[in-house]
Design a protein around this ligand. Structure first.
Ligand SMILES: C[S@@+](CC[C@H](N)C(=O)[O-])C[C@H]1O[C@@H](n2cnc3c(N)ncnc32)[C@H](O)[C@@H]1O
Length: 242
């Protein structure tokens, strides 16, 4: 989530240190953020959930723990991250969880095969976000919902300034000590700024056939859960997407 994010970055290289890094840089709040996203979806026992860009499986495990979802699928492009997630899976999980190595833009999964989709700290890193959102729209059943969690910048100017110092300077310095390079964390800060200031997320959701229901700021606005709803496409929109 927090560490070593670059558009073409191979997360497999840091799979073993990924969780530690997240807990460290977020002061342990990352687990609370994921739990909040899961609770927001309020899944029933007959519903199926898909976690895109699942990484080491933290959202998948939160879905298993804090939701009633009957089936939970975690998908990530990095096989090393998937292996790490599988290694963390408690035995006897009741067969609710399955893992898939695949691309969030072209999952190969069936139309309308999920009731809910989660994606935490993944969408920002996908170069073609519209294509990823269109794939989510295709995968969701009519009326399905998605919780997208991403970093954001606080709207309060003082907090924003302080948080920017932490994100842009303190974290890269710590990254240099921990991983020998500050560049991936500088990328993280710049991509968060660009997402926050330049990316019109609600508009891109609409283009993808998803309606932007609401944004929920967490921890003074440094993280935001974006709740999206699948909206049935009209004929013209459907033709445009084919
Ligand atoms: C910052 S991590 C987030 C992991 C996890 N969701 C979490 O909450 O910690 C981003 C993940 O997205 C994955 N990823 C990046 N591009 C992807 C794509 N096109 N399809 C699927 N996974 C992708 C990476 O391999 C990485 O595991």
């Amino acid at each position: 989530m927090i560490c070593m994010e670059m558009a073409e970055f191979d997360f497999g290289k840091i799979a073993g240190r990924y969780d530690l890094c997240n807990h460290l840089f977020s002061f342990g709040m990352d687990r609370l953020w994921r739990r909040a996203a899961v609770r927001l979806l309020d899944l029933r026992a007959d519903e199926r959930a898909l976690d895109l860009c699942c990484g080491t499986g933290e959202v998948v495990f939160a879905l298993a723990r804090y939701s009633a979802a009957g089936e939970i699928t975690g998908l990530d492009v990095s096989e090393a991250m998937i292996r790490r997630a599988q290694g963390k899976q408690p035995s006897g999980g009741g067969g609710r969880i399955r893992w898939i190595a695949g691309d969030a833009v072209r999952t190969g999964l069936g139309d309308q095969s999920f009731d809910a989709i989660t994606c935490a700290f993944g969408l920002r890193n996908i170069p073609d976000r519209l294509a990823a959102l269109r794939e989510m729209s295709r995968l969701l059943r009519p009326g399905g919902r998605a919780a997208i969690m991403e970093f954001s910048l606080p709207s309060n100017r003082v907090l924003r300034g302080l948080y920017w110092l932490y994100l842009r300077f303190v974290m890269p310095a710590a990254g240099a000590l921990l991983f020998g390079s500050r560049n991936p964390l500088i990328y993280l800060a710049e991509s968060v700024r660009a997402w926050n200031d330049e990316f019109d997320f609600p508009k891109v959701c609409e283009q993808a056939g998803l309606s932007y229901a609401r944004g929920y700021p967490l921890t003074c606005g440094i993280v935001r859960i974006h709740l999206l709803k699948h909206k049935p496409m009209d004929k013209e929109h459907k033709i445009m997407m084919e």
